[in-house]
Design a binder for this molecule. Structure first.
Ligand SMILES: Cc1ncc(C[n+]2csc(CCOP(=O)(O)OP(=O)(O)O)c2C)c(N)n1
Ligand SMILES: CC(=O)[C@@H](O)[C@H](O)COP(=O)(O)O
Ligand SMILES: [Mg+2]
Length: 626
């Protein structure tokens, strides 16, 4: 066990031992629970040096995205509880103020730290509190629009932010874009290597009382002929130190000590290695970015053989379709692997882009492509697509453009928790005029829906949502058995008595497993409603239940209520979905149970609903909470 108190008392020579302890603990727990292994192993020295000099109890340290916060958590009094990382009721994989006041700003989405830190700094100044505000920012998050917008404001806001740029050359996969190329040149240049040694020398000189930054500046000037410099920071009015070795504890402590009292904004550009100190993660940091459980000895992951994710099936299907349809174009926001597009990117590189963590730009870029007749498919996780609401409305829908949104990780994602659950997309897309929302219920259904949308030219703003889930299957068989369907038509899977359950996508299986004597309908198309089928259901059933893995507010169930109300059809209706609250982290199964969306809960609730006389919407809301 190690705490910040021990760190404060330690000598710099002890820190290497501390780094070993922290790495061991991270590997031990992540191998059991899964988690963001590679990013966390890369920032162990950086965190130790930072917390040796700054103090998260006094200063404000804001971690961008915060997927790399494990060493921070361990040092800030969560060593033992860390064994519960990402488990239901346990420690979150991200910073959250609900867990500790030392997690100063909650996050999970990238690019928020600089803006938040600027606000914090401004607020503290107005409140007369003198504190250092420090941001730890990844090179991937640096290229995000929100980060760039905020960096552009540092000078005019008279900020004194200290920004530690953690440059490992990687986003989840290889970082992209011009800035990232410039950094790559800098990292590998002879100048950086020479500079590393000179910085060490400078530190020993500055201990004699000279100003480190002046010395570094002088050194940089003298190296200018070698350095293909990143003048970027200078243009933003930021002092810039580095690049420096982010695993050299003594060097980092020395630099942080010297910048602590600067009264102007400064960027310390540190170079780290993702996965550092654990060979399997060093060798495959993409896989170990967000790792499943693995054997700590061999690094072998625990995977289910013969199971396919919806993402893989989406990627394979799109590739097949694109091989014969030259208009199809795939776009990802820094997640070629997570979205299943890796193979597409390698097979059809001219019709694929990874634009980095720029969800908004991805959508408008797609709109641009569509405006000249291409057929773009934007694959983004549901939670990150929230960022691009205006682009969906203003750049795609209002312009009548044909863009397909592959909304991955729709529904509860499990261990990543509330920052990542994809529960708002139905409500989001429902508000967009003329949009279409599809929710396949199986891998085969996903292939059929995507094929049909593309081959039957379903136009406009089209969203296809699917979960973070694997199912047994072989892609070749899914493809060979695929067929064109009318994607707008609901499917009556089972005829029953008294009650009809309208289940969206993933919920079809749970409703079937609930084993109710009910009519079960697969709502393949959430919007527009299949009015013909809904009217028939309403004519033949007294009670209707809707079940969706998304928020009830603004969700599918509400559209059914509106439809019935508009036609004066008085029915008993129960809406099931995600309540008006954030859902914590835990396994998907645990969370579905918590939300009463597992088969047993669905069964109990429907039975109770049918027993009770419920005639008003208010009663139904009451019922949902019982
Ligand atoms: C808005 C948003 N888009 C995408 C992601 C997914 N994501 C999480 S971490 C990450 C890479 C971040 O790279 P970097 O900031 O360099 O951190 P590193 O993992 O390299 O330490 C991405 C793309 C996210 N969290 N938020
Ligand atoms: C921090 C972050 O946003 C990503 O790393 C995300 O956790 C990946 O999720 P998947 O593991 O579902 O791809
Ligand atoms: Mg990075």
């Amino acid at each position: 066990m190690l705490t910040i108190d021990q760190l404060k008392d330690a000598k710099v020579e002890d820190l290497e031992r501390f780094a070993d302890l922290i790495r061991k603990r991270i590997i031990e727990v992540v191998s059991q629970n899964g988690g963001h292994l590679a990013s966390n192993l890369g920032v162990v020295e950086l965190t130790l040096a930072l917390y040796k000099v700054f103090d998260p109890r006094q200063d404000v340290i804001v971690w961008d995205t915060s997927h790399q916060c494990y060493a921070h958590k361990l040092l800030t009094y969560r060593w033992n509880e860390f064994s519960t990382l990402r488990k239901f009721g346990g420690i979150s994989g991200f910073n959250t103020t609900k867990e500790s006041p030392l997690d100063r700003f909650g996050a999970g989405h990238a690019g928020t730290a600089v803006a938040a830190a600027l606000g914090i700094e401004k607020g503290l100044n107005l409140l007369g509190q003198k504190k250092n505000v420090v941001v730890v920012l990844g090179d991937g998050a640096l290229t995000n629009g929100e980060t760039l917008e905020s960096l552009n404001q540092l000078k005019s806001l008279n900020s004194k932010l200290k920004i530690v740029l953690n440059d490992n050359g990687m986003s989840i996969s290889q970082n992209v874009g011009a800035l990232s190329e410039a950094f790559a040149k800098l990292r590998t240049s002879q100048a950086y290597l020479t500079f590393k040694n000179l910085v060490k020398k400078a530190l020993s000189i500055s201990s004699l009382g000279k100003n480190l930054e002046e010395e570094l500046k002088r050194l940089r000037e003298s190296l200018k002929q070698f350095i293909q410099g990143v003048d970027f920071f200078e243009a933003l009015g930021l002092k810039h130190i580095g690049p420096v070795d982010g695993h050299d504890l003594r060097l980092l402590v020395g630099i942080f000590e010297r910048i602590r009292d600067y009264d102007y904004p400064v960027v310390v550009h540190v170079v780290t290695q993702k996965g550092r100190g654990y060979k399997p993660a060093e060798e495959n940091c993409v896989f170990f970015h967000s790792s499943p459980k693995f054997d700590p000895e061999s690094g072998e992951p625990v995977l289910k053989e013969g199971w396919l994710s919806y993402s893989e099936v989406f990627g394979e299907t799109l590739l097949r379709l694109a091989q014969t349809d030259e208009k199809l174009f795939a776009i990802t926001a820094a997640m070629p692997d997570g979205t299943g597009l890796r193979k597409f990117s390698e097979s059809l590189p001219d019709r694929f882009v990874d634009l980095g963590i720029t969800e908004q730009s991805c959508v408008t870029f797609a709109a641009g492509l569509a405006s000249v007749g291409m057929r773009p498919v934007v694959a983004i996780y549901s939670t990150f697509l929230q960022r691009a609401y205006d682009q969906i409305v203003h750049d795609v829908a209002l312009q009548d453009l044909n863009v397909i949104f592959a909304v991955d990780r729709a529904g509860l994602v499990g261990e990543d928790g509330p920052t990542h659950h994809g529960v708002f997309d139905i409500a989001l897309f429902r508000t967009v005029p003329n949009s279409k929302i599809f929710a396949p219920r199986s891998l085969q259904d996903l292939v059929n829906v995507l094929r049909s949308v593309v081959e039957m030219n379903v136009n406009g703003t089209v969203a296809i949502r699917y979960p973070k889930q694997t199912e047994a299957g072989i892609f070749e068989e899914l493809w060979n058995q695929s067929k064109l369907i009318d994607p707008f038509q609901w499917e009556i899977i089972k005829e029953g008595k008294d009650v009809a359950v309208l289940a969206v996508g993933t919920m079809v299986q749970n409703v079937l497993s609930a084993n109710l004597n009910a009519t079960v309908v697969h709502v393949r198309c959430v919007k527009p409603l299949d009015e013909k089928t809904l009217l028939r259901i309403a004519e033949t059933h007294e009670s209707i239940v809707t079940v969706e893995e998304g928020v009830i507010n603004g969700g599918f169930g509400e559209s059914v209520l509106n439809f019935l109300n508009d036609r004066g059809l008085v029915k008993k209706v129960l809406l099931m979905g995600i309540e008006d609250d954030f859902v914590p982290h835990g396994s998907r199964e645990e969370l579905l149970k918590l939300q009463k969306l597992d088969p047993e809960s669905i069964r109990d609730r429907v039975v109770l609903f049918l027993r009770k006389e419920v005639g008003t919407y208010g009663d139904q809301v009451g019922m949902r909470r019982s």
